[in-house]
Design a protein around this ligand. Structure first.
Ligand code: SAH
Length: 232
Protein backbone atom coordinates (compact mmCIF):
# COMPACT_ATOMS: atom_id res chain seq x y z
CA UNK A 1 0.00 0.00 0.00
CA UNK A 2 2.91 2.29 0.84
CA UNK A 3 2.26 5.78 -0.47
CA UNK A 4 -1.48 5.76 0.15
CA UNK A 5 -1.66 3.86 3.43
CA UNK A 6 -2.47 6.87 5.59
CA UNK A 7 -4.72 8.80 3.24
CA UNK A 8 -8.13 9.45 4.80
CA UNK A 9 -11.32 10.78 3.23
CA UNK A 10 -13.90 11.85 5.83
CA UNK A 11 -17.55 11.07 5.12
CA UNK A 12 -18.17 14.83 5.03
CA UNK A 13 -15.70 15.16 2.14
CA UNK A 14 -17.76 12.70 0.09
CA UNK A 15 -20.91 14.65 0.87
CA UNK A 16 -19.12 17.86 -0.19
CA UNK A 17 -18.28 16.21 -3.51
CA UNK A 18 -21.95 15.42 -4.08
CA UNK A 19 -22.99 18.93 -3.07
CA UNK A 20 -20.44 20.47 -5.45
CA UNK A 21 -21.29 18.10 -8.29
CA UNK A 22 -17.74 16.63 -8.27
CA UNK A 23 -18.89 13.15 -9.14
CA UNK A 24 -16.52 12.33 -11.97
CA UNK A 25 -16.59 8.67 -10.85
CA UNK A 26 -20.19 8.33 -12.05
CA UNK A 27 -20.77 6.68 -15.42
CA UNK A 28 -23.89 7.25 -17.43
CA UNK A 29 -23.65 3.82 -19.10
CA UNK A 30 -23.73 0.33 -17.63
CA UNK A 31 -20.18 -0.65 -16.66
CA UNK A 32 -18.47 -2.63 -19.43
CA UNK A 33 -16.82 -5.07 -17.02
CA UNK A 34 -20.11 -5.82 -15.26
CA UNK A 35 -21.75 -6.41 -18.60
CA UNK A 36 -19.00 -8.71 -19.92
CA UNK A 37 -18.86 -10.77 -16.71
CA UNK A 38 -22.48 -10.80 -15.59
CA UNK A 39 -23.02 -14.44 -16.59
CA UNK A 40 -20.25 -15.51 -14.23
CA UNK A 41 -21.96 -13.69 -11.37
CA UNK A 42 -25.53 -14.76 -12.08
CA UNK A 43 -24.61 -18.38 -12.96
CA UNK A 44 -28.02 -19.05 -14.48
CA UNK A 45 -29.93 -18.05 -11.34
CA UNK A 46 -33.12 -15.97 -11.42
CA UNK A 47 -33.98 -13.09 -9.11
CA UNK A 48 -30.54 -12.81 -7.54
CA UNK A 49 -30.23 -10.42 -4.55
CA UNK A 50 -27.40 -8.05 -5.44
CA UNK A 51 -25.44 -5.90 -3.02
CA UNK A 52 -23.82 -2.62 -4.12
CA UNK A 53 -21.44 -1.27 -1.46
CA UNK A 54 -20.90 2.52 -1.80
CA UNK A 55 -23.39 2.57 -4.66
CA UNK A 56 -23.50 6.26 -5.54
CA UNK A 57 -26.10 6.58 -8.29
CA UNK A 58 -24.78 3.68 -10.38
CA UNK A 59 -27.07 3.02 -13.36
CA UNK A 60 -26.08 -0.66 -13.05
CA UNK A 61 -28.62 -0.97 -10.21
CA UNK A 62 -31.52 -0.18 -12.52
CA UNK A 63 -30.08 -2.40 -15.26
CA UNK A 64 -30.05 -5.43 -12.94
CA UNK A 65 -33.48 -4.64 -11.48
CA UNK A 66 -34.90 -4.51 -15.01
CA UNK A 67 -33.62 -8.08 -15.49
CA UNK A 68 -35.66 -9.24 -12.50
CA UNK A 69 -32.91 -9.13 -9.87
CA UNK A 70 -33.23 -7.16 -6.65
CA UNK A 71 -30.64 -4.65 -5.51
CA UNK A 72 -29.60 -3.31 -2.12
CA UNK A 73 -27.14 -0.43 -2.03
CA UNK A 74 -25.46 1.54 0.74
CA UNK A 75 -24.53 5.18 0.18
CA UNK A 76 -23.81 7.97 2.64
CA UNK A 77 -25.04 10.82 0.45
CA UNK A 78 -28.77 11.46 0.49
CA UNK A 79 -28.25 13.83 -2.42
CA UNK A 80 -26.68 11.01 -4.46
CA UNK A 81 -29.53 8.63 -3.60
CA UNK A 82 -32.19 11.15 -4.54
CA UNK A 83 -30.42 11.87 -7.82
CA UNK A 84 -30.47 8.14 -8.57
CA UNK A 85 -34.25 7.84 -8.21
CA UNK A 86 -34.86 11.11 -10.08
CA UNK A 87 -32.54 10.25 -12.99
CA UNK A 88 -33.92 6.71 -13.31
CA UNK A 89 -37.48 8.06 -13.08
CA UNK A 90 -38.36 5.73 -10.23
CA UNK A 91 -40.90 6.59 -7.54
CA UNK A 92 -39.62 5.79 -4.05
CA UNK A 93 -40.54 5.68 -0.38
CA UNK A 94 -38.32 6.74 2.47
CA UNK A 95 -38.31 5.01 5.88
CA UNK A 96 -36.18 5.09 9.02
CA UNK A 97 -34.03 2.02 9.78
CA UNK A 98 -34.75 1.15 13.43
CA UNK A 99 -31.56 -0.93 13.78
CA UNK A 100 -29.30 1.98 12.70
CA UNK A 101 -29.99 5.27 14.49
CA UNK A 102 -30.13 8.15 12.01
CA UNK A 103 -30.16 5.91 8.93
CA UNK A 104 -32.87 5.87 6.27
CA UNK A 105 -33.75 3.42 3.56
CA UNK A 106 -35.01 4.61 0.17
CA UNK A 107 -37.02 1.96 -1.67
CA UNK A 108 -38.42 2.01 -5.18
CA UNK A 109 -42.17 1.51 -4.96
CA UNK A 110 -41.83 -1.94 -6.59
CA UNK A 111 -39.23 -2.71 -3.85
CA UNK A 112 -36.72 -3.99 -6.39
CA UNK A 113 -34.14 -1.38 -5.39
CA UNK A 114 -33.41 -0.35 -1.78
CA UNK A 115 -30.67 2.09 -0.88
CA UNK A 116 -29.59 2.51 2.74
CA UNK A 117 -28.36 5.98 3.54
CA UNK A 118 -25.74 5.33 6.23
CA UNK A 119 -22.08 4.65 6.85
CA UNK A 120 -21.31 1.28 5.27
CA UNK A 121 -19.71 0.00 8.48
CA UNK A 122 -23.07 0.34 10.29
CA UNK A 123 -24.68 -2.03 7.76
CA UNK A 124 -24.73 -5.80 8.41
CA UNK A 125 -26.53 -8.99 7.42
CA UNK A 126 -28.78 -8.45 10.45
CA UNK A 127 -30.05 -5.27 8.79
CA UNK A 128 -30.02 -6.27 5.13
CA UNK A 129 -29.77 -10.05 4.94
CA UNK A 130 -27.26 -11.94 2.79
CA UNK A 131 -26.67 -11.73 -0.93
CA UNK A 132 -26.27 -13.91 -4.01
CA UNK A 133 -24.28 -11.31 -5.97
CA UNK A 134 -22.08 -8.30 -5.22
CA UNK A 135 -20.88 -5.63 -7.64
CA UNK A 136 -17.99 -3.67 -6.14
CA UNK A 137 -16.99 -0.79 -8.38
CA UNK A 138 -15.69 2.42 -6.84
CA UNK A 139 -16.01 0.79 -3.41
CA UNK A 140 -12.93 -1.25 -2.39
CA UNK A 141 -10.90 1.38 -4.26
CA UNK A 142 -12.77 4.23 -2.52
CA UNK A 143 -12.64 3.25 1.16
CA UNK A 144 -9.76 4.48 3.27
CA UNK A 145 -6.83 2.07 2.86
CA UNK A 146 -6.54 1.39 6.62
CA UNK A 147 -10.19 0.21 6.68
CA UNK A 148 -9.65 -2.53 4.11
CA UNK A 149 -9.58 -5.52 6.46
CA UNK A 150 -12.73 -4.31 8.24
CA UNK A 151 -14.35 -3.81 4.83
CA UNK A 152 -13.39 -7.28 3.56
CA UNK A 153 -14.68 -8.94 6.75
CA UNK A 154 -17.99 -7.10 6.43
CA UNK A 155 -18.40 -7.92 2.73
CA UNK A 156 -17.64 -11.60 3.27
CA UNK A 157 -20.22 -11.70 6.09
CA UNK A 158 -22.84 -10.58 3.56
CA UNK A 159 -22.17 -13.45 1.15
CA UNK A 160 -24.50 -16.42 0.84
CA UNK A 161 -22.80 -19.76 0.17
CA UNK A 162 -23.65 -19.42 -3.53
CA UNK A 163 -22.64 -15.74 -3.74
CA UNK A 164 -20.46 -14.45 -6.57
CA UNK A 165 -18.67 -11.19 -5.78
CA UNK A 166 -17.29 -9.18 -8.70
CA UNK A 167 -14.70 -6.64 -7.60
CA UNK A 168 -13.24 -3.95 -9.81
CA UNK A 169 -9.78 -2.59 -8.92
CA UNK A 170 -7.33 -0.08 -10.32
CA UNK A 171 -3.57 -0.33 -10.61
CA UNK A 172 -1.36 2.68 -11.25
CA UNK A 173 1.73 4.23 -9.72
CA UNK A 174 0.56 5.31 -6.21
CA UNK A 175 3.57 7.63 -5.85
CA UNK A 176 2.06 9.86 -8.55
CA UNK A 177 -1.56 10.23 -7.43
CA UNK A 178 -2.89 10.21 -3.88
CA UNK A 179 -6.39 8.85 -4.59
CA UNK A 180 -9.23 8.13 -4.27
CA UNK A 181 -9.65 5.91 -6.18
CA UNK A 182 -6.81 4.09 -4.46
CA UNK A 183 -4.41 1.59 -5.94
CA UNK A 184 -5.38 -2.03 -5.10
CA UNK A 185 -2.98 -4.80 -6.18
CA UNK A 186 -3.61 -8.47 -6.86
CA UNK A 187 -1.71 -9.22 -3.67
CA UNK A 188 -4.00 -6.88 -1.71
CA UNK A 189 -7.07 -8.74 -3.03
CA UNK A 190 -5.52 -12.08 -2.04
CA UNK A 191 -4.55 -10.86 1.42
CA UNK A 192 -7.97 -9.38 2.08
CA UNK A 193 -10.26 -12.09 0.72
CA UNK A 194 -8.08 -15.17 0.24
CA UNK A 195 -8.88 -16.56 3.71
CA UNK A 196 -12.57 -16.94 2.93
CA UNK A 197 -12.86 -16.91 -0.85
CA UNK A 198 -11.52 -18.48 -3.99
CA UNK A 199 -10.30 -15.69 -6.26
CA UNK A 200 -10.14 -15.62 -10.03
CA UNK A 201 -8.78 -12.76 -12.12
CA UNK A 202 -11.31 -12.41 -14.95
CA UNK A 203 -10.11 -9.40 -16.91
CA UNK A 204 -7.28 -6.94 -16.98
CA UNK A 205 -7.80 -3.93 -19.24
CA UNK A 206 -5.98 -0.74 -20.10
CA UNK A 207 -8.39 1.87 -18.71
CA UNK A 208 -6.22 4.96 -19.20
CA UNK A 209 -8.27 8.00 -20.19
CA UNK A 210 -7.61 11.67 -20.78
CA UNK A 211 -8.66 12.60 -17.22
CA UNK A 212 -5.93 10.39 -15.75
CA UNK A 213 -3.31 12.69 -17.29
CA UNK A 214 -4.54 15.44 -14.96
CA UNK A 215 -4.02 13.01 -12.06
CA UNK A 216 -0.36 12.91 -13.10
CA UNK A 217 -0.54 9.35 -14.39
CA UNK A 218 0.77 7.81 -17.59
CA UNK A 219 -0.97 4.46 -17.30
CA UNK A 220 -3.81 2.80 -15.43
CA UNK A 221 -5.00 -0.80 -15.48
CA UNK A 222 -8.43 -1.95 -14.39
CA UNK A 223 -8.71 -5.51 -13.09
CA UNK A 224 -11.83 -7.41 -12.22
CA UNK A 225 -11.83 -10.46 -9.94
CA UNK A 226 -14.52 -13.00 -9.17
CA UNK A 227 -14.72 -14.11 -5.54
CA UNK A 228 -16.66 -17.16 -4.38
CA UNK A 229 -16.86 -18.48 -0.81
CA UNK A 230 -14.52 -21.43 -0.28
CA UNK A 231 -16.37 -24.74 -0.06
CA UNK A 232 -16.72 -25.64 3.62
N1 SAH B 1 -19.96 2.86 -6.78
C1 SAH B 1 -20.36 4.15 -7.31
C2 SAH B 1 -19.81 5.32 -6.47
C3 SAH B 1 -18.31 5.36 -6.32
S1 SAH B 1 -17.68 6.76 -5.41
C4 SAH B 1 -19.96 4.26 -8.76
O1 SAH B 1 -19.21 3.42 -9.23
O2 SAH B 1 -20.36 5.23 -9.42
C5 SAH B 1 -17.80 6.20 -3.74
C6 SAH B 1 -19.16 6.50 -3.10
O3 SAH B 1 -19.17 5.98 -1.79
C7 SAH B 1 -19.51 7.98 -2.99
O4 SAH B 1 -20.79 8.16 -3.54
C8 SAH B 1 -19.50 8.28 -1.48
O5 SAH B 1 -20.47 9.22 -1.12
C9 SAH B 1 -19.78 6.90 -0.88
N2 SAH B 1 -19.14 6.59 0.42
C10 SAH B 1 -17.84 6.77 0.74
N3 SAH B 1 -17.58 6.27 1.95
C11 SAH B 1 -18.75 5.73 2.41
C12 SAH B 1 -19.11 5.03 3.60
N4 SAH B 1 -18.22 4.78 4.57
N5 SAH B 1 -20.38 4.59 3.72
C13 SAH B 1 -21.31 4.83 2.74
N6 SAH B 1 -21.02 5.49 1.59
C14 SAH B 1 -19.75 5.94 1.43
Amino acid sequence: MSAQENRVMALSEWEDRWQEGKTGFHRSEVHNLLESNLDKVVCGRNEVRFFFPLCGKAVDMKWLADMGHTVVGVEISEKGIKQFFAEQILAFNEEPVPAIPGAKVFKSTDEKISIYQCDLYKFSSTVGGKFGGIWDRGALVAINPYDRQKYATLLMSLMNNDCRYLVDTLEYNPELYKGPPFFVSEEDVKNLFGGGCDIELLESVDAFEEKHKSWGLGSLTEKVYLLAPKAQ
